[in-house]
Design a protein around this ligand. Structure first.
Ligand SMILES: [Fe+2]
Ligand SMILES: [Fe+2]
Length: 244
């Protein structure tokens, strides 16, 4: 089963003509099922890249919101204007009950509040939400899906920590490794030994290929690049990843 991931918003550049931003958004396509993962930060940048990349938002089947930070939901209103049917998956976070109500009542949306792991789309596609791995520092869920090389994870900011999310997926899938871990690793504030320890924990958690981007931080990204070598996946705006 072919998988395609298109990076719409990220801190890093990959293709010219697109705008970078502190935020994340990506479109996942598996067997015709289209899942929009997060919505970037600045609405204008999200809209600009969507247009340049020729993404048709009305075709999106599910909107996956990893967490409610502004750098992940910036394009929400733009999206709602162009898509009138996709269910919206959000992590359980009582602080954002009002927003969920608004989406339901004013926009007539199906809002799926996720606490526990759930499948997304037809079961045979093997695409899931991790459920809220930890509510600290804020509730976040990630997406994981099965490929020929094992399970891959797509994460927003990894606030519950990369290794905890990886452990959760390994537990749920009874796997000993994670094929790819794509998304923000949230190491941008770490320095020195703390950063080295965090990077070590990433490797020890069985992540075979790293697509660290967004809020990973430049120093952490360089360190991961060094360690992972050819297994470091350069993620940036406009990148298309295809795998089976
Ligand atoms: Fe973020
Ligand atoms: Fe965040």
């Amino acid at each position: 089963m072919k998988k395609k991931l298109l990076i719409i918003v990220d801190n890093y550049e990959y293709e010219k003509g697109l705008k970078t931003d502190w935020g994340f958004s990506a479109l996942l396509e598996v067997e015709g099922l289209r899942i929009l993962f997060d919505l970037g930060n600045e609405p204008e940048i999200f809209a600009h890249n969507i247009e340049k990349l020729g993404v048709n938002l009305s075709d999106v089947d599910y909107l996956f919101i990893s967490h409610y930070d502004s750098d992940h939901i910036g394009g929400l209103w733009h999206f709602l204007k162009r898509n009138d049917s996709a269910p919206i998956l959000v992590p359980y976070n009582p602080e954002f009950q009002d927003l969920n109500e608004k989406l339901r009542e004013e926009y007539g949306r199906e809002v799926v509040v996720v606490s526990e792991p759930i499948p997304i789309g037809p079961r045979n596609l093997n695409i899931f939400s991790t459920g809220v791995v930890s509510a600290f520092p804020r509730p976040e869920h990630s997406l994981y899906l099965l490929g020929q090389q094992g399970w891959s994870i797509i994460a927003g900011c990894s606030h519950p920590k990369v290794w905890n999310i990886a452990e959760r997926v390994k537990e749920l899938t009874k796997s000993d490794h994670i094929d790819m871990y794509i998304g923000g690793y949230h190491f941008y504030r770490l320095k020195g030994q703390e950063l080295k320890d965090a990077v070590k924990k990433v490797v020890e958690s069985g992540i075979r290929r790293s697509g660290a981007c967004h809020c990973t931080g430049n120093e952490a990204r360089e360190l991961l690049k060094e360690i992972y070598g050819e297994n470091f996946i350069e993620i940036g705006v406009g990148r298309v990843l295809e795998w089976y």
